[in-house]
Design a protein around this ligand. Structure first.
Ligand code: MG
Length: 183
């Protein structure tokens, strides 16, 4: 007789896990910065990046902090950033996205979790991310309250293909590993 789902249940997994993984993704349309278009100034990881176009967004449009926030909330199994901070709430208009990340981090801590490491990929055709990467890494580490060595931010282009490659959008992927806080 083949085993049924109830027989496959691993009782050792009834114990509280010591790690949890989360993935976050975000995309924002890019437009020339207001008043030339509807774009806000480009901010990534809390760092202002000089550029002629920026994200169309209700908040400050920091796609990197949005993806990291969603990765933490996802690891915790909690509602995502859009549910926690709705884009029709006037309180979030133009909001500094650091606020969202700090909230997610405080929630993680209160539930007994800390960030072991974070790895993120920013896909942006222009400008190049490399001159800003260290500042971004340091700022995210400060926001998370962890050492910079645990935060990694990679920049890629989209090889001039599709909306991202044509400079009309920015995409970010983030993966975070949470571990049980030592008590
Ligand atoms: Mg977003």
């Amino acid at each position: 007789m083949p085993e049924g789902p109830s027989q496959l249940r691993d009782r050792t997994n009834d114990a509280e896990p010591s790690v949890r993984i989360g993935h976050g993704y975000d995309l924002h349309r890019l437009e020339p910065i207001t008043p030339a278009g509807a774009g806000r100034p480009l901010i990534l990881g809390g760092i202002a990046i000089p550029h002629t176009s920026g994200p169309v967004a209700h908040s400050d449009g920091d796609a990197l902090l949005h993806a990291v926030t969603d990765a933490i909330l996802g690891a915790l199994g909690l509602p995502d950033i859009g549910q926690s901070f709705p884009d029709n709430d006037p309180a979030n208009a133009g909001a500094d996205s650091s606020r969202f990340l700090i909230h997610a981090m405080q929630t993680a801590r209160s539930l007994g979790w800390c960030v072991t490491n974070l790895d993120a990929t920013v896909i942006l055709e222009r400008p190049r991310l490399s001159p800003h990467k260290e500042a971004i890494r340091a700022n995210i580490a400060t926001l998370l309250g962890i050492d910079g060595s645990r935060v990694n931010v990679k920049g890629k282009t989209h090889e001039r293909v599709d909306a991202v490659g044509e400079g009309r959008a920015i995409e970010v992927h983030a993966v975070v590993l949470l571990s049980r806080l030592m008590r």
